[in-house]
Design a protein around this ligand. Structure first.
Ligand code: ADP
Ligand code: MG
Length: 657
């Protein structure tokens, strides 16, 4: 027999239940807010109409959740604390369509294994309320016998000394205020998605002071509830969106509040996504919202967004994450499309022009984010109510595109006006109907004043309008180029180069060039390999030519961006419809993101700059076009193009109210 120096094989043994539960707790209960979440899930599953949460010392000392739900019959109290015991699932099939927040039957067992827990209930069974409440207690392995208790109908769970028997975990608890911050966030998220349930949350700090941090009544509307939780100061800045699929298409429902672009944040903290009443983190949803705001906020900002989705439980798998903080959609692209479309519709339906704010913005007391220290005096903030759309006043000849063309011809037949050229081209061949969106409040053609060769000052029916000429023109260029390529499916006008411009192009770049071929064609760029290390540009969009943009440098930049994955080359090759054997790169949606990237750069380069003096005709054309384009309120990078100084504000500032 061969001998070995290895240690004897260790013996395998079944773990004692307490240890099993503690291991489960390691995943399910990582900090106090996880306890609160599980207990609230249970209260909501029990049909509570009011829930009260009392927390001491960030939850390390006490978490008590009391609800008025259906309760637990006395004889089942011990089962409620047992692992893998639940009233919410019966058969494997049930896992396919989970309609409750809980379903694994391990939360109470896990929590009880790492704390001193008391569970007390006065149940109502078949409409009959039990005579008295009963409670049991568990501390480590010890479970007490049931004893009588006294409280209102419903259930009270008290969790004391969390992690008292898991010193490693206890050590990792942060300051009480930090832990309570997480708890408050958890309660906020659940409260926002259950507006029919009243919530009260209190915290007792080390000083012994008890503060009620949330107190919302039952039966609120979704909007009222969200505003109550988020803070009244956000109310004005929130736009409401909703959508409902017909039942035969699955009946998905979406309700959302979207923050106007100017209240976008530096972090995603103010994004609240729920699926079937369950707060989730989801990159698809976040992406859809961000995409809807594309071009309305700078890329490093995040929209304020409450997004509540209600799907057929069979359309979503909730059993994919230990704390159920993530879900998996059966049809992710459909959900993405639904959210994107609804959010986009909502944003396009509103005038997003920010108002000029006079005072420094108030500190955002509910966020920890750092705003720039020296806020500019003229800071955009939410406009009060969406301005009335005046369909009467702009009905003058000057807003008629054709009239503008004539006007220009008369005034300036020779000038190669960049604003005008582009506008003229657009007006001449823009056969597409005007966008269905509500345009921003129209601007009367006069008076118009260009100041410091950079800003255009004019008026509308609400006050004084200040326009950043570069930002607005950039948006104009962007929208017209985009619509030409995507809606009219026409490549941009291009000009042939007498001598091709050359760009370095190794194998990798030449492969990219091929992938990007249709995109470049749409943009009016003609380029092909010239030998093994070089790419030659033969044709270039006229509008970039006019602005003296270097073809080689431009293509170089596009190839760099593609190589860095700034736009998704793979997505461009995927057919939009899986059954479509011939993907066309111009398929809407697929290409939009890539096109957006390139058009961003093109529009920026082609647009008038700060410092360019504009002729009267150019000013008029700029303003006329503003009324027609979508998203005129922001440039493609998301900065505002326009600020409004309302008459009401002027009166107030001059002390004339
Ligand atoms: P799960 O919620 O996954 O079923 P839990 O361990 O959280 O598992 O709870 C176990 C069971 O205890 C639940 O299925 C439910 O029947 C009962 N229960 C827990 N909390 C409450 C409550 N607040 N009201 C009524 N029943 C409750
Ligand atoms: Mg539960």
């Amino acid at each position: 027999m061969p001998t070995t120096t290895a240690e004897p094989a260790p013996r395998i043994a079944k773990l004692p239940p307490l240890l099993v539960n503690q291991i489960a707790a390691g995943e399910v209960v990582d900090r106090p807010n996880a306890v609160v979440k599980e207990l609230l899930d249970n209260a909501l599953d029990a049909g509570a109409s009011r829930v009260r949460i009392d927390v001491e010392l960030g939850g390390a000392q006490l978490i008590r959740v009391a609800d008025d739900g259906h309760g637990i019959p006395a004889d089942q109290l011990p089962l409620a604390l047992a692992a893998h015991a639940t009233s919410k699932l019966r058969r494997p099939d049930d896992l396919e369509a989970i309609a409750t927040l809980g379903f694994r039957g391990e939360a109470l067992a896990s929590i009880a294994s790492v704390s001193r827990l008391r569970l007390s209930s006065l149940p109502t069974v078949n409409g009959v309320r039990a005579d008295a409440a009963t409670q049991i207690e568990q501390s480590g392995d010890d479970v007490s016998d049931p004893t009588p208790a006294a409280h209102a109908p419903g259930t009270v769970v008290e969790v004391r000394d969390l992690f008292f028997n898991v010193p490693a975990r206890r050590k990792f608890l942060r300051a009480a205020s930090t832990e309570f911050g997480h708890i408050a966030d958890t309660v906020d998220r659940l409260a926002m998605t259950h507006p029919h349930v009243g919530f009260t949350l209190t915290h007792t700090a080390e000083s012994g002071n008890t503060r009620t941090t949330l107190d919302v009544p039952p039966n609120q509307t979704s909007r009222d509830r969200c505003v109550a939780v988020l803070g009244k100061e956000l109310d004005e800045g929130l736009l409401e969106a909703s959508h409902e699929d017909p039942p035969q298409q699955g009946g998905a429902k979406l309700w959302a509040l979207l923050g106007r672009p100017e209240i976008a944040r530096a972090t995603t903290k103010f994004q609240y996504f729920t699926v079937n009443g369950r707060p989730v983190k989801d990159r698809q949803l976040a992406h859809a919202v961000k995409e809807a705001f594309r071009g309305l906020i700078p890329p490093d900002r995040h929209p304020v967004a409450v997004l509540q989705l209600w799907l057929d439980p069979r359309a979503v798998d909730v059993n994919v994450h230990p704390t159920k903080a993530e879900v998996r959609f059966r049809e992710p692209s459909r959900v993405h499309g639904l959210v994107l479309a609804a959010c986009r519709r909502c944003l396009l339906a509103h005038d997003l022009t920010p108002a000029v704010q006079w005072r420094m913005p108030d500190g955002e007391s509910r966020t920890n984010e750092q705003e720039p220290a020296a806020a500019p005096l003229l800071t955009p903030h939410a406009g009060s109510t969406p301005p009335p759309i005046d369909h009467q006043s702009p009905a003058t000849t000057t807003t008629d595109p054709a009239a503008f063309v004539d006007y220009f011809k008369r005034m300036n037949p020779k000038q190669k006006g960049f604003v005008f050229d582009e506008v003229k081209r657009e007006m001449a061949d823009d056969a597409s109907p005007p966008p269905a969106a509500v345009p921003p409040a129209p601007i009367k053609p006069l008076p118009v004043l260009q100041v410091h060769d950079s800003f255009v000052v004019t008026q509308d029916d609400q006050g004084v309008v200040i326009i950043d000429q570069h930002a607005l023109h950039e948006r104009m260029m962007f929208e017209s180029l985009r619509s030409r390529i995507l809606d009219q499916r026409q490549p941009l006008e291009s000009q042939r180069l007498l001598v091709p411009a050359t760009v370095p192009g190794d194998d990798k770049r030449q492969a990219l060039l091929e992938t990007l071929g249709p995109l470049l064609h749409a943009l009016g760029i003609e380029a092909e390999p010239m030998g093994p290390r070089t790419i030659a540009v033969h044709a270039f969009p006229s509008l970039l030519f006019d602005r003296k943009v270097e073809p080689a440098a431009f293509l170089d930049d596009v190839l760099d961006k593609a190589a860095q994955g700034t736009f998704d080359v793979d997505a461009m090759l995927k057919p939009a419809d899986e059954n479509d054997a011939h993907p066309t790169v111009l398929d809407r949606g697929l290409l939009e993101a890539a096109l957006h990237e390139v058009l961003d750069t093109m529009s920026c380069k082609a647009a008038v700059k700060a410092g360019d003096r504009l002729t009267d005709a150019e000013l008029a054309a700029l303003l006329a076009r503003r009324d027609e384009i979508e998203r005129a309120s922001n440039c493609p990078h998301g900065r505002p193009t326009t600020l409004r100084l309302s008459l009401a504000d002027l009166y107030r500032q001059f002390g004339r109210t």
